[in-house]
Design a binder for this molecule. Structure first.
Ligand code: SF4
Length: 149
């Protein structure tokens, strides 16, 4: 089973701040599934480190007000290509991110306020039938993996 994973959750230093967000629990999946690391913001051509970005009315803006929607869309498309190529049926995506968040994202005010919504990549993957998990509900994913094996 091939599963996409936000590269920052594997400890890759691809976040806007130039660091990663390593999640030890992912080690438990080694040997059970193949994890395919992706960072949509890097794949869309944004530099690292970069200004933080939040979504507002379906568009992506960085903290300085620069429109990053084009890069966010490109990153989502590139991730979809990989999902198709590797026939991924699930993805573990970093919670709350404007690209990877699913169910909750920041509201666009850069005040740390969460609202209902999906990051751009998570939204497109979900529409294509990929089941989205995050680092917060890995137990649910493990149940799915056990059912499929
Ligand atoms: S875009 Fe996704 S993978 Fe890349 S740093 Fe942000 S949360 Fe991690």
């Amino acid at each position: 089973m091939n599963i996409l994973v936000s590269a920052c959750l594997l400890g890759l230093n691809c976040r806007y701040s130039g660091d990663g967000k390593y999640i030890k629990e992912l080690e438990e999946l080694k040997g059970k599934v193949h994890l395919i690391p992706v960072c949509p913001e890097q794949l869309g051509g944004l530099p690292t480190p970069r200004n933080p970005v939040e979504l507002k009315l379906g568009k992506a803006f960085d903290k300085e007000g620069r429109d990053c929607t084009e890069q966010f869309c490109k990153g989502a498309e590139e991730v979809c290509k990989l999902a198709e190529y590797f026939e991924c049926t699930a993805a573990i995506l970093k919670a709350n991110s404007p690209s990877c968040g699913y169910g909750q994202i920041y509201d666009g005010s850069f005040q740390g306020k969460l609202i209902q919504g999906n990051g751009m990549t998570a939204e497109i993957l979900a529409k294509r039938g990929v089941k989205i998990f995050s680092e917060k509900n890995l137990e649910e994913l493990k149940v799915c993996i056990d059912e499929e094996s």
